[in-house]
Design a protein around this ligand. Structure first.
Ligand code: ATP
Length: 245
């Protein structure tokens, strides 16, 4: 049940390489306990929004030049990425980014590093949600299938025990059945662990099927927002994002 705002992005402007203006006054809120979807076409600035919230812009020569971001009531606009993980924000990146040369279990343990030594129960929790990862725990991550790597990436993000789990295109490159499975896991994490989820997706119908609230962005701004039901029923959303026009 959505509560007060956990993440609030207030009118931010983001610039890459000191000249490329990508976010132009973007505002959105992710209420505690909710699943919020951020949708929009290629290049709209969705990944940039997640990077701004997770503190990863500096590694890409990007910076927030206006506006602010608050998490759990505190201003985090300019604090570094590791500190944000400690506070409970975890990002699962597009393209998965697992450590290919490490085993599945080593990847999971690495996911907990900002929180100190992971306990056995942290690993058990991830294995309970993703039983396949337990079977694969000694395998080298680089040899896993795309879907298995995606599960590993989500599992690794969970090892940091996030209150806010952000996911960039979890369905990317996956077969429909696997997409359904991954979205099922995301829904369970939210319902059972109370993890707040902020998900960026190209697959708008899948995302709106699990989300409580959605935002649609174009060219660095939010152009439409509403409950998932409102967005699913909106004729423009149907035509441009759900392919039902
Ligand atoms: P996609 O779904 O294609 O990933 P997106 O909505 O996530 O798109 P972003 O990846 O945030 O969009 O990119 C928004 C714009 O910012 C694009 O025009 C992109 O070329 C540009 N951009 C992204 N990263 C950088 C970077 N590191 N340096 C310069 N420009 C960048």
């Amino acid at each position: 049940v959505p509560g007060r705002s956990l993440l609030a992005i207030n009118n931010i402007e983001v610039i890459y390489d000191e000249v490329i203006l990508v976010l132009r006054g973007l505002s959105l809120e992710v209420p505690t306990g909710s699943i919020v979807a951020l949708l929009g076409s290629n290049g709209a600035g969705k990944s940039t929004t997640l990077k701004a919230a997770s503190g990863l812009l500096p590694t890409e020569h990007g910076e927030i030049t206006d506006g602010s971001i608050t998490f759990d009531g505190a201003d985090i606009t300019h604090i570094d990425a590791a500190e944000r993980v400690k506070r409970g924000i975890s990002l699962c990146m597009e393209g998965r980014h697992v450590f290919e040369h490490l085993t599945v279990q080593e990847n999971l343990i690495a996911g907990a590093y900002t929180k100190g030594r992971p306990s056995k129960s942290d690993l058990e929790l991830v294995y309970e949600y993703f039983p396949r990862l337990r079977d694969l725990r000694s395998r080298t991550a680089g040899f896993l299938s795309g879907g298995e790597q995606q599960m590993l990436a989500i599992g690794r993000a969970l090892m940091a025990k996030p209150t806010l789990l952000m996911l960039d295109e979890p369905s990317l490159g996956l077969a429909p059945l696997l997409v359904q499975e991954i979205f099922g896991y995301i829904e369970r994490l939210n319902a059972e662990l109370g993890t707040t989820v902020f998900v960026v997706e190209q697959n708008a119908s899948r995302a709106l099927a699990i989300a409580h609230h959605g935002y649609i962005m174009e060219q660095g701004r939010i152009v439409l927002e509403g409950s998932a039901t409102e967005l699913r029923d909106n004729p423009d959303v149907k035509e441009f994002y759900l392919g039902l026009g």
